[in-house]
Design a protein around this ligand. Structure first.
Ligand code: NPW
Ligand code: ADP
Length: 486
């Protein structure tokens, strides 16, 4: 599990140390860590001594870090050049650079092989417009790529995409969400001794082993019912393929049985693809959790099929995933009955679906929500989860899974190749699969299951993308592959 903290939390952790007069020591520790990483990167490409490394140096402590790092690099024989970007500069850092023999210039030197982005860190307010950066130069961001909001990952103006970000004290939320995660490149954390002062993390990410633990292999004495039976209420005469996609991904994730409930045309397609599915038109059966929504449509038939699934879940206290069409049909009454019956409920909207859902079911949140979803998906998912009392898995370049209590997991395994019709249906099948295979552990455990599904989905997407462009029906085999190699 990887944990990330808000910029504010990291600053709060620093403050007792600053009060104790250790500010300069903290900065030197951070800069030393940054310089070590730069040396390692230089060495992997050629000689360190004589290489030109430049830094864009802002007006605050982020610029101070960059200046100190240049000073350390100069002592290692690097041609260290600071390029100030503002009217002010960190005086002690500048003095250190000058003492070490480094210089100041007003432009990035033409022979620079590496650029340290030390303009803005956790103190950035709003956006900035970076200068043009020469093509081919390796960019190392100091703490954060300048212009990334440490709290949200939002980029309000421009940003210099980094090959590598060296961040200090702890991983920041802005480095693992949305545009910030994209701009950061590889991220390395330098320990500057904040550990004991850091409070609870803001968001976390599952790593491979965490996710694989959710998709546990069967025990020797398992049978199909103990491995889990997933009910799927998806597809319609108009959109039959969605039913196949949900069933395929669920089966590929290795559960005991998939039971399909839907109209003839969709059921026939499902059975042609997967004869092992138990198909019928109604929701009766042995399902231990349900997925409802993909391809249901929005007519009366869709409404009554969803109502039947909600009734079955309420009666049996069963977990339920609501995706796609179901997000436009679900009512506050459904959610309230499901909550009262103690059902685990996961909603899996993309951004547009979330905005519509909030408009309809939580209008008190709706003002400015469309902007919030883009600028701060973590907050948007958290607020919705809190308002509706369910787990919300918000899809996008970062998949955010939030529980009503605030526990939030963010996953970034998948790339934009996943933005193709039907991949969300596959994800719904995987989330359903996680909900049948483990016992109740409260919504805090449910959010982890949702994130494990996102991990598997993103990993499968990236593997499939490495073979060229793909459609959603190719994902299932990569899901199996991701679960094979353990
Ligand atoms: N505390 C510590 O001991 C340690 C801190 N550490 C380091 O300090 C960093 C935080 O430093 P910080 O608080 O000085 O903020 P920072 O990110 O440099 O930016 C503030 C400056 O930028 C300016 N500015 C703001 N927005 C702007 C914009 N849009 N466009 C242009 N300018 C803008 C703002 O100007 P002002 O608005 O005040 O005029 C101010 O001058 C942190 O990320 C880490 O690297 C580490 O060394 C560990 C020890
Ligand atoms: N730019 C992106 N980077 C990574 N993943 C993405 C990106 N765009 C979409 N995805 C993923 O692709 C899936 C698309 O789901 P969805 O929009 O529901 O599609 P559909 O309804 O067609 O099945 C989601 O899991 C989402 O997280």
């Amino acid at each position: 599990m990887i944990h990330a903290y808000t910029g504010a939390a990291v600053r709060a952790a620093e403050s007792p140390l600053l009060r104790a007069g250790q500010g300069a020591a903290l900065m030197r520790r951070a800069a030393w860590g940054l310089a070590r990483v730069v040396v390692r990167e230089l060495r992997s490409h050629g000689p360190v001594a004589g290489a030109t490394v430049t830094a864009l140096v802002g007006t605050g402590n982020n610029g101070g870090d960059a200046l100190w790092a240049l000073a350390f690099l100069r002592r290692r024989g690097v041609n260290a050049v600071a390029v100030p970007t503002g009217e002010r500069i960190h005086e002690a850092g500048l003095a250190a650079l000058r003492r070490a023999g480094g210089r100041v210039a007003d432009q990035i030197p033409v022979d620079a092989v590496m650029l340290i982005d030390g303009v803005l860190g956790t103190g950035a307010r709003g956006g900035w417009e970076p200068p043009l950066v020469p093509a081919g130069i390796t960019v190392v961001a100091c703490d954060l790529p300048s212009g990334v909001d440490a709290e949200t990952g939002h980029v309000a103006g421009g940003v210099i995409p980094a090959d590598l970000t060296v961040t200090f004290g702890a991983l920041k939320t802005g480095l693992v969400v949305g545009a910030g995660a994209q701009a950061a490149g590889r991220v390395e954390v330098v320990d500057i001794g904040l550990g004991t002062y850091l409070e609870e993390s803001d968001v976390s990410s599952l790593e491979r082993d965490d996710a694989l633990a959710v998709f546990a292999q069967p025990a020797w004495d398992d049978h199909k019912y103990s491995r889990g039976v997933l009910g799927v209420c998806a597809g319609s005469e108009q959109y039959p393929g969605a039913a196949v996609l949900v069933c395929s991904s669920a089966l590929a994730s290795g559960l005991g049985m998939v039971q399909y409930a839907g109209p003839r045309r969709a059921a026939d397609l499902v059975l042609t693809a997967h004869p092992e599915v138990v198909a019928g038109s109604g929701v009766e059966g042995k399902a231990q959790a349900w997925v409802a929504g993909p391809g249901l449509g929005s007519d009366d038939d869709a409404r009554s099929r969803l109502a039947a699934v909600v009734d079955a879940c309420v009666d049996g206290g069963l977990p339920l995933v609501l995706d796609a069409s179901a997000l436009g049909l679900v009512t506050l009454d459904h959610l309230s009955r499901l909550r009262s019956a103690g059902c685990e409920v996961v909603l899996t909207p993309h951004q547009g679906e979330l905005v519509k859902l909030v408009d309809r079911l939580a209008p008190h949140l709706a003002g400015g929500f469309a902007d919030l979803v883009k600028a701060d998906p973590v907050a948007a998912a958290r607020r919705t989860a809190g308002a509706l009392g369910v787990v919300v898995l918000l899809k996008g370049s970062t998949t955010v899974s939030a529980a009503p209590g605030g526990r939030t997991l963010v996953q970034n395994e998948g790339g934009p190749e996943l933005a193709t019709a039907g991949t969300g249906d596959c994800l719904a099948g995987l989330v359903g699969s996680t909900l049948v295979r483990t016992q109740h552990g409260g919504l805090s455990a449910t959010v982890e299951k949702a994130a494990a599904a996102a991990w598997l989905h993103g990993t499968a997407g990236s593997t499939t993308a490495s073979g060229g462009p793909f459609g959603a029906s190719s994902l299932a085999s990569a899901v199996r592959h991701a679960l094979t190699d353990r």
